[in-house]
Design a protein around this ligand. Structure first.
Ligand code: ZN
Ligand code: ZN
Length: 147
């Protein structure tokens, strides 16, 4: 999957006439090496740990390129913060988000997916995509509340 994402980006970069840069390769490798849902700041800190010469603005611009290339997905948390994860067009999952600590849990549910298609169909829509976020309090935050 990682190789496929790299190839997808290379093809996109070539089509856009972007010259390959060492910095972009580094950012792509680090981004693909994690399965977290990262903010720009978090990815920047990971990059900075091994490559202190790469600035936050470069990380931000590069992430936007990954989104445009179709290998990253941008998501907005209930509080307004933006996070990024790598995902190809065919891959899909939804998210449960803790509104206290921003913890994100991924899930996939065939019944929900099917229902969404049925609802779209009922309204005459051909479904091309959806964003599903369930917001709530995660077990750890619930436990902390009781104490
Ligand atoms: Zn929480
Ligand atoms: Zn996710």
């Amino acid at each position: 999957m990682i190789l496929e994402k790299k190839r997808l980006f290379d093809a996109y970069a070539a089509k856009q006439g972007l010259r390959s840069t060492r910095q972009r390769d580094v950012i792509l490798d680090i981004f693909l090496s994690t399965h977290e849902h990262l903010s720009v700041e978090e990815l920047y800190l990971k990059v900075k740990a091994s490559h202190p010469g790469i600035g936050q603005a470069t990380v931000y611009r590069t992430l936007k390129l990954f989104v445009d290339a179709g290998l990253a997905r941008e998501m907005t948390l209930p509080g307004g913060q933006t996070r990024y994860e790598h995902q190809l067009a065919g891959e899909h999952h939804d998210h449960l988000i803790c509104t206290r600590c921003n913890r994100i849990v991924e899930f996939e549910d065939a019944t929900i997916e099917r229902l969404q298609h049925e609802i779209a169909q009922r309204h005459g829509f051909r479904l091309t995509g959806h964003k599903m976020q369930l917001c709530g309090i995660c077990p750890a935050c619930s436990a902390a509340e009781i104490q």
